[in-house]
Ligand binder design. Structure first.
Ligand code: ADP
Ligand code: MG
Length: 320
């Protein structure tokens, strides 16, 4: 017999919280949480829809991981410390095997970031997963998209593009879900840059996470700050796993347009550029300067100092 709603919540989503700021977790009508004094709450929510955000056959543990990872990445982009998660789970049936995998993926990532699952909702319906994540940041210290200034330098963390390439490898059947290929692993198991985000609070003038493609997201940052961005294409980090499979221009395209890497795009005043090497070391994360902030608007890409046209835009659910 499949588990009923209450058994399901008790078995897969109720755990002893180790966070002392969870005054009341799963079980009552709502959770009671105690944010630290002097800090502001940071809230984010992201939804994964079967067939839209993950491929058929995706292991449940990867879906559990991703549902939280996308939200952790939003916290990282704000320089926030994640703390409490709410899970709204709609699924066609309560399959214990699927729930085992899903809960394992979700709880493993939550534990790694000291996040407590404090509530949610469980309903039958199409497979749709929404996680709402709450965190905090010292008042006035949150990173925003709006602070980039002309003359600042533009950076990206890690090697974006791998996840988009991984998606393509899975979609075309070249690789399978249990592949150890770097691209596939990045797509299924991206690690949000929470530590980097926190460290950037005192250094960056603006930040956002790259979820819908570097170029499209860069345009959003430029618009929010009311500046122009110039990206030097030869500075884009091209991961060995990309170069091993595709010609250079194709790799570049993955970096510019691929989604789901959850790296951070950020701007630094030139005076802070000297701190980047130390920051990369402390966070165990490559940091690449890929351009600068200029007067004007939009994003221009250059190669050899010349502006070149780059086709394509970021992902938009409602664009035709
Ligand atoms: P109510 O009907 O009062 O909304 P529910 O039966 O929906 O209560 O939920 C009971 C408790 O279980 C609540 O504390 C709720 O936050 C929690 N809960 C429900 N579904 C989940 C879930 N998927 N993950 C975590 N907590 C959940
Ligand atoms: Mg409810």
């Amino acid at each position: 017999m499949p588990p009923g709603e209450f058994e399901l919540i008790a078995r897969w989503f109720t755990r002893q919280s180790v966070r002392s700021d969870v005054l009341l977790g799963v079980g009552d009508d709502a959770a009671l949480l105690a944010p630290p004094p002097g800090q502001v709450l940071v809230a984010a929510a992201d939804t994964l829809v079967a067939g839209r955000h993950f491929l058929p056959g995706t292991p449940a543990a990867c879906i559990g991981h991703q549902a939280l990872a996308v939200n952790l990445s939003d916290m990282a982009a704000m320089g926030a410390e994640p703390a409490w998660a709410l899970l709204s789970l709609s699924m066609p049936q309560a399959d214990p095997e699927w729930l085992d995998g899903f809960a394992q993926g979700l709880h493993a990532l939550a534990d790694a970031h000291d996040v407590a699952l404090v509530g949610g909702d469980t309903v039958s319906g199409p497979l749709v997963i929404t996680v709402c994540l709450l965190g905090f940041v010292p008042s006035g210290e949150a990173l925003r998209r709006t602070g980039a200034r002309v003359g600042d330098l533009l950076y990206v963390s890690g090697t974006p593009g791998l996840a988009g390439a991984g998606l393509e490898l899975l979609r075309s059947g070249i690789e399978s879900f249990d592949s150890t290929d770097d691209c596939v692993r990045r797509f299924l198991h991206a690690e949000p840059r929470v530590t980097l985000g926190r460290r950037l609070r005192s250094l960056a003038s603006a930040a956002m996470d790259v979820s819908d493609g570097l170029l499209g997201d860069a345009r959003k940052l430029a618009a929010a700050s009311g500046v122009g961005l110039r990206i030097e294409l030869e500075r884009l980090p091209l991961a060995p796993a990309l170069l091993a499979r595709w010609p250079r221009d194709r790799c570049e395209s993955f970096v510019l347009h691929g989604g789901d890497d959850y790296e951070l795009l950020f701007t630094l005043p030139v005076a802070n550029a000297g701190r980047v090497a130390e920051l990369a070391q402390a966070t165990g994360c490559e940091l690449h300067c890929i351009g600068e902030i200029v007067a004007g608007e939009g994003v221009s890409c250059t190669r050899g100092g010349r502006v070149v046209a780059v086709p394509g835009t970021g992902f938009d659910h409602f664009a035709g």
